[in-house]
Design a protein around this ligand. Structure first.
Ligand code: AMP
Ligand code: MG
Length: 470
């Protein structure tokens, strides 16, 4: 069996709590991500694979494995909560791969020191949802945690919806340290705690910066840039994370903690899915601002290591440059690579018109690609007269349909379809889950119009709210 190590053990013990593996006697494998497993360990014998099945089931302890839950704090919806941490997750350890060291974590593995009043468990639905969405993000090249496996635990959990089958996900990430981990360090252990954590993060995740004369600021700058690039990618896909609390903001720049997330169906800048986000703090259009807000919290945590004027200047620079970054990525969706005054105006007009007319986000860009290819506006846009004029102006910008094909997926995991897959899984039917994963392996499929996943939801199918639900 591949050896697991655990570098978190080099941190002061207050950063984690040793916890044992779950005990789910009736656990059953529902999905192993064999592609990802192959990426992690290369070729393996059937005996080795069986050992991996045991590992993702939490039933087998590898000799010397040191499982733990990590401590963190966080700002939840803008309010500081000092005592969060892995309340329903267990870090198994790290594995050396060609992509560097990767963390393996079970999610839904039972109570830990940080569970507070929770049961530490997960229903099957959220495990399936995270698997689908995170793997899709990876297929599209969006930095993200990965999903290695889903198991059913054989136990039921009690949630608002009632009694549900339990599930557990195995998550793979570059790291599990969050902005909230820095807040934890500062709140409970002061400047020395923060410095220890910052040194650990730089050594393990930003080793190129180790010898830099201002390494803490360089780390901050690199992460900040990566975080905003990440959010820009979300925006260009119509993705809403749903719960961008600082404890859900990774310092390795990956999309992490898929809870009440969703891809929008109809384009709406103010779209909110998460039921608990009553103020719309994490609405679609607010995500860049929230990323900056989260980074300002990190900046404060690092205040004894970084000149705060530099932090402020950096945040201002990022805030000022984001609109252009976003416009550039949307221009690419229109096949436009040169952004001057004219093209910028036209790109903005397209976006505004699609949004104003509540068109489906994904289908709009898909059918626009088709329109450009066929040099005639697709009937999809039939009812929007302004678009006829805009379309007649588009050839001036020389849009590149090949580029458009690469940036405008035809398939996204739509909420109502994920919901259907989950409901089937609760009935013991896993095929819809497997079929959805199969379709989503080809998000740019040009033959997708007949695919079930292509369709936007009918009125009665619309999912208005999503829940953390785990
Ligand atoms: P989230 O923002 O959903 O990632 O989670 C916020 C906090 O609640 C984290 O500290 C989680 O570990 C904790 N949490 C969420 N669900 C549970 C649960 N079922 N049992 C224990 N802790 C939980
Ligand atoms: Mg979280």
């Amino acid at each position: 069996m591949t050896k697991l190590i655990n570098k978190y053990k080099t941190l002061s013990p207050y950063f984690y709590s040793p916890e044992s593996l779950p005990n789910y006697p009736e656990v059953k494998l529902l999905k192993m991500n064999d592609n990802l497993l192959g990426e992690l360990v290369g070729e393996m014998s059937s005996v080795e694979r069986a050992e991996w099945v045991n590992l993702v089931s939490g039933t087998d302890s590898i000799l010397g494995i040191e499982t733990m839950a990590l401590a963190y704090s966080g700002h939840q919806f803008g309010h500081f909560n000092p005592t969060l941490g892995d309340g329903r997750a267990l870090l198994l350890g790290q594995i050396e791969t060609s992509k560097g060291l990767l963390d393996l974590q079970l999610k839904g593995s039972g109570r830990t020191k940080y569970s507070r009043r929770g049961d530490g468990k997960s229903a099957l639905g959220p495990a399936i949802r995270e698997y689908i969405v995170s793997e899709y993000m990876n297929t599209l090249g969006v930095p993200t945690t990965r999903s290695l496996a889903v198991v059913s635990t054989g136990e039921n959990v009690f949630r608002e919806e009632g009694e549900l089958a339990g599930g557990m996900l195995t998550r793979v990430a570059h790291g599990h340290i969050r902005i909230g981990t820095f807040e934890f360090a500062l709140h409970f252990h002061g400047e020395s705690g923060v410095k220890e954590l910052a040194d650990h993060v730089i050594e393990n995740y930003y080793p190129d910066l180790l010898n830099h004369s201002d390494k803490y600021f360089e780390f901050y700058k690199t992460l900040s840039e990566n975080y905003l690039n990440l959010v820009c990618k979300w925006m260009s896909l119509g993705f809403i994370h749903g719960v961008m609390n600082t404890d859900n903001a990774s310092v390795t720049g990956e999309t992490i903690d898929y809870g009440p997330c969703a891809f929008m169906d109809e384009f709406n800048f103010q779209k909110v899915f998460s039921f608990i986000d009553q103020q719309g703090r994490y609405r679609y259009a607010n995500q860049p601002r929230i990323a900056l807000w989260n980074l300002s919290v990190l900046g404060m945590c690092l205040s004894h290591l970084i000149d705060q004027n530099k932090v402020e200047t950096e945040l201002q620079r990022l805030a000022d440059s984001f609109p252009q970054k976003e416009l550039t990525s949307f221009a690419r969706k229109l096949g436009v690579t040169i952004l001057d005054e004219n093209s910028s105006k036209l790109v903005r007009a397209w976006i505004a018109t699609i949004e104003k007319n509540h068109l489906d986000f994904t289908q709009s860009f898909y059918f626009l690609t088709k329109s450009v290819e066929q040099k005639q506006l697709n009937p999809f846009f039939e009812n929007v007269s302004e678009l006829k004029d805009l379309f007649s102006e588009l050839p001036k910008l020389n849009p590149n349909p090949v580029l458009m094909r690469k940036t405008n997926p035809s398939l996204i995991p739509r909420n109502h379809q994920i919901e259907e897959v989950i409901q089937s899984a609760y009935k013991g039917e896993m095929n819809p889950f497997y079929e959805m994963l199969k379709s989503l392996e080809n998000p740019f499929n040009e033959m997708a119009e007949s695919d079930k996943l292509f369709a936007s939801p009918l009125q009665h199918e619309r999912v208005k709210n999503t829940f953390c639900g785990t």
